[in-house]
Design a protein around this ligand. Sequence first.
Ligand SMILES: [Zn+2]
Ligand SMILES: [Zn+2]
Length: 239
Amino acid sequence: MISFLTSFAALTAIIAGRYLLTSGLIYALVQRRPDRPRPPSGAVRHEILLSLASSAVYALPAALVVEAWKAGHTLIYTDWRAYPLIWLPLSGLIYLLIQDAHYYWVHRLMHHRRLFRWFHAGHHRSPAPTAWASFAFDLTEAAMVAWVLPVLVFLIPIHVGVILFLLIAMTATATLNHCGVEIWPRGFVRGPIGGWLITATHHGVHHRRMQTNFGLHFRLWDRLMGTDVMPDEPAGAAR
Ligand SMILES: [Zn+2]
Ligand SMILES: [Zn+2]
């Protein structure tokens, strides 16, 4: 129990620290420019408070995984030769595809008018979110999504390094997708690979027109279900 509480406290601090560092950097370097409009007063504070609270919700299943890993009950491995090399990227992609499919449907559900207020309104307080909104979820929403990756480590083998890579990549993309500025070149966003990825332009539309663009990482489910909208003008372009 002491060990679990220590893991929980440490992970809450790590997740919150990771959030503050990434969002702070991207807000300062990409979003905050003198020629850009200032976010509404209180909006950033709301995004930060919600994100810090969500960090604790995410730390709970993560702490359970750490304890289970220490006891040898997960499929997390450390010897990269334990599986064929191709499994390193393949396992990461499978994790992302499963998480993306789960999020698409939970996200659509949370936009149901009876559920929105209780599960998802916190994330949509501003139609023009900032980089600080990357982790801003109502606690009910966080509880619906925080357990997905932790459950997968009991079902699908994954190298510990791939987990770390996914966590860093997911933090960076979630933050960039909320910063209101498209950092990728137009050719990439509309290309054969970038055209399937969610970027700031795509996710910005979701914050203005809530019945479109529900995906987390990929545009796959939005395209399949006819909810995909991609504007010609990249996010943050001079108007
Ligand atoms: Zn939403
Ligand atoms: Zn969002």
